[in-house]
Design a protein around this ligand. Structure first.
Ligand code: PGA
Length: 248
């Protein structure tokens, strides 16, 4: 049984005070046993989020991490420091990190290994650009990202990873992939994991869809065979996030 997982990626929004106000407002509504719920505020707001959510089932995630433990990496935060403040989840390889901060499939793989070593729940993001979709090479692009992310990841660790399929052309644009488009790619991802490991492991891995998920499209997306959750940007900053989490 794949438990649905819905994560809010706040991106560069909500400092400490807004985090406290927002989470106090929504935390009752977000505590919901049927879905694993995660919020991912910016680094400076993580401790406040952990503190406010400590008596709830809602988990706190970071939007990125470094794979080294310490050292001369100005501006970076290692997984160990995230663990120390009670963070349980980490987003890895979001398309905005790949596009604006030179994140590569190699660094995604290093971060994934480190997150698993530390016992953080990684959400690994993959997805094609509009240009790649127009050239009809999305299958190749996405399955390749998955293969490179999972290099040297052992089979027993795979079900501790969540994959988020986010077509870049659907992020923050208001354009959602159709249910069929989203499910098709999530199916290819599942097959790829099945091919790398086993059908059982492929069947067990949780795959989210992300890209303009809103209260009015989430139930249809979640009803698709291969979609087990959502990675939500804009709509996770509003009280509507409760409706997303309670999509059933
Ligand atoms: P969006 O962002 O929901 O605002 O499209 C999704 C994401 O980038 O994770």
């Amino acid at each position: 049984m794949r438990k649905p997982i819905i994560a809010g990626n706040w991106k560069m929004n909500y400092g400490i005070q807004k985090t406290i106000d927002f989470l106090n407002d929504v935390k009752g509504g977000l505590s919901y046993d049927e879905v694993e719920v995660v919020v991912c505020p910016p680094y400076v707001s993580l401790s406040s989020a952990v503190n406010i959510l400590k008596d709830t089932t809602v988990k706190v995630g970071a939007q990125n991490m470094h794979w080294e433990t310490s050292g001369a990496y100005t501006g970076e935060i290692p997984g160990e420091m995230l663990k120390e403040i009670g963070v349980e989840v980490v987003i890895i390889g979001h398309s905005e990190r790949r596009e604006y901060f030179n994140e590569t499939d190699d660094t995604v793989n290093l971060k994934l290994k480190k997150a698993l070593n530390l016992g953080l729940l990684p959400i690994v993001c993959v997805g094609e650009t509009l240009d790649e979709r127009e050239k009809n090479i999305q299958k190749e692009v996405v399955t390749n990202q998955v293969k490179l992310a999972f290099e040297e990841i052992s089979p027993e660790n795979v079900d501790r990873v969540v994959i988020a399929y986010e077509p870049i052309w659907a992020i923050g644009t208001g354009k959602t992939a159709s249910n069929e488009q989203a499910d098709e790619v999530c199916g290819w991802i599942r097959e790829t994991i099945g091919g790398l490991y086993s059908n059982e492991i492929g069947n067990n891995i949780r795959i989210q869809y992300g890209g303009s998920v809103k209260p009015d499209n989430i139930s249809d997306l979640m009803s698709m065979e291969n979609i087990d959750g959502a990675l939500v940007g804009g709509a996770s900053l509003k009280k509507d996030f409760i409706d997303l989490v309670k999509y059933k």
